[in-house]
Ligand binder design. Structure first.
Ligand SMILES: [Zn+2]
Length: 328
């Protein structure tokens, strides 16, 4: 697979320079960012990182893609601080992963749902698994399709991430498919973990964790599974094959298969899916779930109006699209 994809003016002229620039940033040169309170990786961490590269490559092989992904331990930074808010982040501009080890454990023991699961089983398994899962999730982002926009300003070339996996940003900075992207990355993470932990007992526990609503992206994964189920039913295709297309698109950048969403859910539905983010608002999340699981047209229409209330651009485009389809 192409390492980087570029869009913008005079791409041919700048591809080499832009690739070199991105490689250098990946290797940590020219980096202005520091990772505060970074802790040294243990032998165990290095083993996890290598295990993750291997697991992502087996996944690529299963999808008939070249298994050429390698996450370099240099790209991974562990820190133990309460200041950095997220449990894990991936930054496409320098291709670095940051994991907050204190946070992933906090997340695990902090919520009532987790606590009830944890008391049922071995807390050490969960602590270890929780950090491994975050690291794997961020590494799946790192192995996703990367597209950068080349911005030519006189003789200086600027490179900006424009698409990672399914998520893309338009010129006017509108963020599309953020929720779908996280759902696909998380479901891929879950699949890989299930394959790695073959024991039934652990698998059952993992399942409970992934689908407890305390898990960051559980609501988006549930919406994605609803969509996969419906496409599979309407197209009389195995759910596994439908999912394979979603998963593969994450790595290759192929998005044409998303037309199935529009075919199955009707005009405008892809815009609704594109507008799904990962906001923590439980009502909004429930509304996306409602939209993709109900057959009642009137309910769907009122859900759309609430979802797009503060999003005039999408609402206008949604209406134009619906009207165009009705004229046909
Ligand atoms: Zn993510």
């Amino acid at each position: 697979m192409e390492k980087y994809n570029f869009v913008g003016k005079n791409i041919d002229k700048h591809t080499e320079g832009a690739s070199r620039y991105l490689d250098n940033r990946k290797d940590g040169f020219m980096d202005t960012r520091h990772f505060p309170k970074e802790v040294e990786k243990t032998q165990n961490d290095i083993e996890d990182i290598n295990k993750i590269s291997g697991a992502i490559n087996s996944e690529l092989r299963e999808l008939d893609l070249p298994p050429d992904f390698a996450v370099d331990p240099k790209q991974i930074h562990f820190s133990n601080t309460k200041e950095m808010p997220p449990t894990g982040t991936y930054s496409p501009d320098n291709q670095q992963v940051e994991i907050n080890t204190s946070k992933s454990v906090l997340k695990l023991v902090g919520s009532a749902v987790y606590q009830s699961i944890v008391t049922l089983s071995n807390i050490n398994v969960h602590k270890k698994l929780s950090q491994f899962e975050v690291l794997l999730h961020e590494s799946v982002h790192a192995s996703s399709f990367h597209q950068y926009l080349i911005k030519e300003t006189s003789d200086i070339t600027l490179v900006d991430p424009s698409r990672i996996g399914y998520r893309f940003k338009t010129k006017d900075k509108i963020d599309y498919f953020k929720g779908l992207n996280e759902a696909v990355v998380q479901k891929t993470t879950q699949d890989i973990i299930f394959k790695l932990y073959k024991s039934n007992k652990i698998q059952k526990d993992i399942h409970k964790i992934f689908f407890s609503l305390a898990h960051s992206y559980a609501p988006e994964v549930i919406v994605l599974e609803k969509i996969i189920g419906k496409i599979s039913k309407e197209k009389k295709e195995d759910e596994k094959d439908v999912w394979k297309r979603f998963e593969k698109g994450q790595f290759t950048g192929e998005m044409m298969h998303l037309r199935d969403v529009e075919k199955v859910y009707g005009p405008g539905s892809l815009r609704i899916l594109a507008s799904m983010t990962t906001q923590k608002n439980p009502i909004k999340r429930l509304l996306y779930y409602t939209y993709f699981s109900t057959n009642k047209k009137s309910l769907k229409e009122s859900v759309v109006r609430i979802l797009l209330r503060k999003d005039k651009i999408t609402e206008e485009k949604y209406d134009q699209h619906i009207n165009k389809m009705e004229d046909k």
